[in-house]
Design a protein around this ligand. Structure first.
Ligand SMILES: Cc1ncc(COP(=O)(O)O)c(C=O)c1O
Length: 161
């Protein structure tokens, strides 16, 4: 949405916001309220087990945090990302991004990975199939990547999608 340059209503809204959240990007009251709402609508099991929440300043930070949590929790180094996915421009964000044009000049981004898995994208199914007749070939292929010791995937503990 284009609100113009320094629209007075936008400037006032930012000033009001800064009173509650003097350091946008870090967790503050507005993020706390948003998290409370998210917890309220979270599916039962997730809500019951939720102990901690983290509000990332931007998407790439969320990807970094998710990757680190996955690695910490699983103690496995591998990452599987999906073709066509976009995950930002940080090291592992761009590393897991499935768009060659954005990353090609910065390789290697993630030592040893990630392993790429097909997923239906705007350009269609990698297997040339349609749902439901496809019988979820993409999910079956993903399972093969994870389970087959000869797939080349290095013990995936994380999945970026
Ligand atoms: C799934 C996903 N991960 C990461 C990002 C990167 O977000 P940011 O540009 O805020 O770092 C995006 C942005 O669209 C995204 O959709």
């Amino acid at each position: 949405m284009n609100a113009g340059h320094s629209h007075p209503d936008v400037v006032e809204a930012i000033k009001a916001h800064l009173k509650n959240d003097p350091c946008p990007g870090f967790s503050g009251l507005p993020q706390g309220y948003a998290l409370e709402k998210l917890v309220e609508i979270a599916p039962g099991e997730m809500r019951a087990n939720l102990k901690y929440s983290y509000v990332a300043p931007q998407g790439a930070d969320a990807i970094e945090a998710a990757g680190q949590l996955g690695k910490y929790h699983s103690q496995k180094p591998g990452v599987i990302s999906f073709e066509g996915g976009w995950h930002g421009v940080s090291g592992s964000g761009l590393g897991t991004t499935g768009k060659k044009g954005y990353k090609i000049k910065f390789l290697p981004l993630m030592p040893g990975g990630p392993t790429s898995s097909p997923m239906r994208t705007a350009t269609g199914c990698a297997f040339g199939l349609n749902y439901p007749a496809c019988d979820l070939q993409c999910a079956k292929y993903l399972e093969h990547i994870i389970r087959d010791p000869d797939s080349g995937a290095t013990s995936p503990g994380r999945c970026a999608h």
